[in-house]
Design a protein around this ligand. Sequence first.
Ligand SMILES: Nc1ncnc2c1ncn2[C@@H]1O[C@H](COP(=O)(O)OP(=O)(O)OP(=O)(O)O)[C@@H](O)[C@H]1O
Length: 254
Amino acid sequence: MSKHPIITLNQITKVYTNGTVALQDLNLAIPESQFVSLVGPSGCGKSTVLRLIAGLGRTSSGSIDWSITQQARKLAFVFQDAALMPWANVRENVRLPLKLARMSKKDSQKLVQETLELVGLEGFEENYPRQLSGGMKMRVSIARALVTQPNVLLMDEPFGALDEITRSKLNGDLLNLWLQQRWTVVFVTHNIYEAVYLSNRVLVMGISPGRIVADVEIDVPYPRDDDFRTSLLYNQYCREISQHLAKAMSFVPI
Ligand SMILES: Nc1ncnc2c1ncn2[C@@H]1O[C@H](COP(=O)(O)OP(=O)(O)OP(=O)(O)O)[C@@H](O)[C@H]1O
């Protein structure tokens, strides 16, 4: 993994028009190909960080610097809600961003099929969203992001609505894909175990104002498997992050 930052957030403050200070003086450098997770109490500004990186909304002060040109930047977003078009089958749902980019059906065909195979959706091309489980819908949503061949993947609690077994399977599959493709990933989750399993680095955010309170490197080689999930080291990382989180949460009125 390159240590060279692809994205640098410099002294970012974000105040929404209603006066909410979502982020204050946030500094963060994300190396190319890093898998970084953001965890923190509800309202600490995790989604705001993702949106600002995506260019959806302006910073109130500070800057976001990229080491690659705007043209070379290919960002894709995955949300918790798969937000599929109910009237279109899997293939057409995945083709949507290419269609919006005015790529012809013929040109997009191979790319769509390759992406469907990559995420394990071969054989489901003709299915409609109502015929798919929650996990399969999320696979379609991921495929729709990957079909654009991004170099930065922004994921906002993508597996938050899934049951544990499905989440665990998708975690493993996502890691395998990342190992092949090495996008830079910024992953928001409320789940510490998921964050530790997936990431090179876990950032714990605090609230009022939103800021980074801990930056923990998960110094464990990939591929990571079930042995890692049951290891002492894994539990130590989870405990360390949980303690940072508890401290951050102690300032949250419940
Ligand atoms: N468009 C907006 N206008 C005003 N306030 C907003 C807006 N979007 C977010 N906020 C506020 O900014 C703060 C940070 O919100 P954000 O959604 O980034 O937090 P989060 O950590 O992602 O929360 P959650 O874990 O609940 O999704 C919250 O207080 C939220 O209410």
